[in-house]
Design a protein around this ligand. Structure first.
Ligand SMILES: NC(=O)C1=CN([C@@H]2O[C@H](COP(=O)(O)OP(=O)(O)OC[C@H]3O[C@@H](n4cnc5c(N)ncnc54)[C@H](O)[C@@H]3O)[C@@H](O)[C@H]2O)C=CC1
Ligand SMILES: O=C([O-])CC(=O)C(=O)O
Length: 325
């Protein structure tokens, strides 16, 4: 048995928290040989609800659950954390865009970035889920100057998974057979899900679909507006699929992807003309606990236009929070 891994989860009493914690404790995120200690953060008024979730976790008798802490203090929640999943933030309701949450949520991430900086493991892997996820991850990263910037990531995996399923449906092939898909940019309707490089059993997905009208007018809007469609249908934003994407993101980062591409929101190193440190969705592969961006992909005119639009939105969001940093 390995040593326990300290996993901090914020927003532990929320709906994503409820779909996430049991799967982490059962070993689905870090493997069936890795015990975990859950360090749960939520607001003071949610502490009772967190206690209830902890009682249920206890009642599952998970052999891998080596300990639990509940707190409203980020410096307690992040103490020596190896992994920090920052979910706690306000979700949007019908008619809102994720960027509308910026003023409500931005300050959460200055405080939590500073707390991570002070008390977390120096190798902590941070995943920001709370919206707007890219800019919140950027704020946390800038608020934690003593931690490596590369440790701060934003969740684009739900978009990636949504795109996989749309392509599987269109081609009639199995989701698991699709390789080399990626989603560029912001977790917002401007994201650019790109199947130009994707293959199924070695065959080009672009050639199989061969329908640019479907790409531009059906696929991209469906993936880009899926979060809003779920809010419309459920009256609440996605929770189980978001928790599932968070599990996928951390599992792949920690345990590796065996050469397969996945999408992560990561600080740019300047590649593809994306300014350094911009938290942007890129194709990556993961190995030995590190991600590596897939470089030197050709960007055609349509793709460049889409990338410019999502970049512009991120730059505007960044300008909007400059006063906090
Ligand atoms: N990146 C992505 O793909 C996705 C992101 N989201 C976002 O995730 C966030 C959480 O969503 P839900 O769980 O559905 O919301 P929720 O409202 O059910 O739960 C949020 C929880 O966070 C807590 N919280 C609020 N401020 C906090 C703080 N400063 N510290 C610690 N906890 C705090 C609340 O008390 C609540 O328990 C939202 O911002 C939502 O928009 C949701 C789906 C997908
Ligand atoms: O749409 C929302 O507000 C929640 C979310 O980020 C998603 O489902 O992609």
């Amino acid at each position: 048995m390995k040593a326990p891994v300290r996993v901090a989860v914020t927003g532990a009493a929320g709906q994503i928290g409820y779909a996430l914690l049991f799967r982490i404790a059962s070993g689905e995120m870090l493997g069936k040989d890795t015990p975990v200690i859950l360090q749960l953060l939520d607001l003071p008024q949610a502490q009772n609800a967190v206690k209830g979730v902890m009682m249920e976790l206890q009642d599952c008798a998970f052999p891998l659950l080596a300990g639990m802490v509940a707190t409203d203090d980020p410096e307690v929640a992040f103490k020596d954390a190896d992994i920090a999943i920052l979910v706690g933030a306000r979700p949007r309701g019908p008619g809102m865009e994720r960027a509308d949450l910026l003023s409500a949520n931005a300050q959460i991430f200055t405080v939590q970035g500073a707390a991570l900086n002070k008390v977390a493991s120096r190798n902590v892997k941070v995943l920001v889920v709370g919206n707007p996820a890219n800019t919140n991850a950027y704020i946390a990263m800038k608020s934690a100057p003593d931690l490596p910037a590369k440790n701060f990531t934003a969740m684009l995996r739900l978009d990636h998974n949504r795109a996989l399923s749309q392509i599987a449906e269109k081609t009639g092939k199995a989701v698991g057979s699709i390789e080399k898909l990626c989603v560029w940019g912001n977790h917002s309707p401007t994201m650019y899900a790109d199947y130009r490089f994707a293959t199924i059993d070695g065959q080009s997905v672009k050639d199989m679909i061969n329908d640019q009208d479907w790409n531009a007018n059906t696929f991209l809007p469906t993936v880009g507006k899926r979060g809003a469609a779920i809010i419309e249908a459920r009256g609440l934003s996605s929770a189980a699929s978001a928790a599932n994407a968070a599990i996928d993101h951390i599992r792949d980062w920690v345990l590796g992807t065996n050469g397969r591409w996945v999408t992560m929101g990561i600080p740019s190193d300047g590649a593809y003309g994306i300014p350094k440190e911009t938290l942007f969705g890129f194709p990556v592969t993961c190995e030995n606990g590190e991600y590596t961006m897939v470089k030197d992909l050709p960007i055609d005119e349509f793709s460049q236009e889409r990338i410019n639009i999502t970049l512009k939105e991120l730059e505007d969001e960044k300008a909007g929070v400059a006063h906090l940093l």
